[in-house]
Design a protein around this ligand. Structure first.
Ligand code: BTN
Length: 243
């Protein structure tokens, strides 16, 4: 078994997510990839803008897993662990790579890559397709909060090589997930993430929960231990690590 990646390359698109979704609606198969040198409407999680100038990596890939929507949390962590593993191979200090729930990839404590997962369900609420959008800062990154891979790299970085190695790592874990389930990938994700006991806030807008990171559950949701010692399971939101 393998995933046959088939890559369509563009100079500029609005968003690789939109191009990929159009192909999915026309029946494109699992493994379809759309990549662009720049995007004029790149988007991030929670409707944020993802600035997409030439020099960084922007692509979206299509998966058609046979599972329900409750497995999407696992898929987010599978993709995060895969990018983390790919980037570890390219940098001088692999320990500089870390993950933040649900799927941000950090280098030296600053965000280096982001993942946007969008899904379409069929009439029986089963996943029809999943568009996984990936942006990696290769040569430029937002000031103060972002890291560019080339600043941490062992040697000259080629965008196509970074993309290919991410695709290879995703393929490995996606097939492992199908064959063995989530447990080993969850363990790998935890080995790269904020340690248990890290003070965090989780949520969006006014609905923030405070406490310490406790674990990831079998669906990929975050388990928080709040200040009263109660554990709470959260399936969505941003994590902020408290210094
Ligand atoms: C995030 O961290 O908020 C997710 C960022 C995802 C950005 C990528 S770039 C390729 C793909 N196309 C988009 O419009 N967004 C994703």
């Amino acid at each position: 078994m393998n995933v046959n990646w088939s890559i369509e390359r563009y100079d500029e698109v609005h968003s690789t997510q939109d191009e990929l979704k159009a192909l999915a609606l026309k029946g494109a198969g699992e493994g379809q990839v759309v990549t662009a040198k720049s995007q004029n409407g790149g988007r991030g999680r929670h409707g944020r803008v993802w600035v997409s100038e030439p020099g960084n990596l922007y692509f979206s890939l299509l998966l058609r897993p046979s599972c329900g929507l409750n497995a999407i949390g696992q898929l987010a962590l599978i993709v995060g662990a895969s990018i983390g593993a790919a980037i570890k191979e390219l940098v001088l200090e692999p320990d500089d790579v870390s993950l933040k729930w649900p799927n941000d990839v950090f280098l030296g404590g600053k965000k280096c890559a982001g993942i946007l997962i969008e899904t379409e369900l069929d009439s029986n609420n089963i996943i029809d397709w999943v568009a996984v959008g990936i942006g990696v800062n290769i040569v430029r990154a937002p000031k103060e909060i972002g890291a560019a891979l080339s600043d941490y790299a062992l040697s000259d970085i080629k965008i196509e090589d970074v993309q290919q190695s991410i695709l290879n790592e995703i393929e490995d874990r996606y097939l492992q997930w199908g064959a063995e389930g989530f447990a080993a990938i969850k363990a790998e994700w935890l080995s790269m993430a904020h340690p248990v006991g890290t003070p965090i806030t989780v949520g969006a807008g006014k609905h923030m929960a405070r406490g310490t990171f406790h674990d990831i559950d079998s669906h990929g949701s975050l388990i928080l231990r709040d200040d009263e010692g109660q554990v709470r399971t959260l399936s969505a939101g941003d994590v902020h690590i408290q210094e």
